[in-house]
Design a protein around this ligand. Structure first.
Ligand code: AMP
Length: 138
């Protein structure tokens, strides 16, 4: 399987399409998921190309997981969460829909299930959630 440089997240990295970025460093970017399954649902990606865990380099994986930890701590604070769900899918059979490596980070509250997939979030609400995460990171 080869990397498609025109996948949605590659376009987000190039700023060809908009995203609500909450964090960026030399190697990774974190931005809000447009179909949030929990308030504060965000995605962490490497800046360099790879489809998923199966073709990522150790360096890409190391950089991404460090950002996943940083953002997991930030969403836990921002949403006063009881826990954090981290999800990651590999290839279509594994549930992957966008073929640029990404980890989902979802703040969770005891007894509150995640919402069903596939529903577009409210733009203003997602922007407010992004602000809360940026504040927690500051
Ligand atoms: P998956 O590949 O199954 O891990 O899921 C891809 C995720 O990307 C889904 O949660 C989508 O809601 C999310 N997504 C798709 N397009 C965008 C976009 N333009 N901006 C932010 N999130 C997106």
């Amino acid at each position: 399987m080869t990397y498609d440089p025109d996948n949605i997240f590659a376009k987000i990295l190039r700023d060809d399409i908009p995203s609500n970025r909450v964090y960026e460093d030399d190697d990774t970017v974190a931005f809000m998921d447009i179909m949030p399954r929990a308030d504060g649902h965000l995605l962490v990606i490497p800046k360099t190309p790879c489809r998923n865990v199966l073709d990522a380099t150790p360096e890409q994986l190391a950089a991404v997981i460090m950002t996943v930890q940083k953002l997991s701590q930030a969403v836990k604070t921002a949403f006063d969460a009881d826990g954090v769900t981290i999800q990651q899918f590999n290839e279509a059979a594994g549930g992957q829909e966008v073929f640029h490596l990404h980890f989902h980070v979802l703040p969770r509250h005891q007894g509150v299930p995640v919402r069903a997939p596939g529903t577009m979030g409210d733009f203003d609400e997602i922007a407010q959630h992004a602000d809360k995460i940026r504040s927690a990171l500051a």
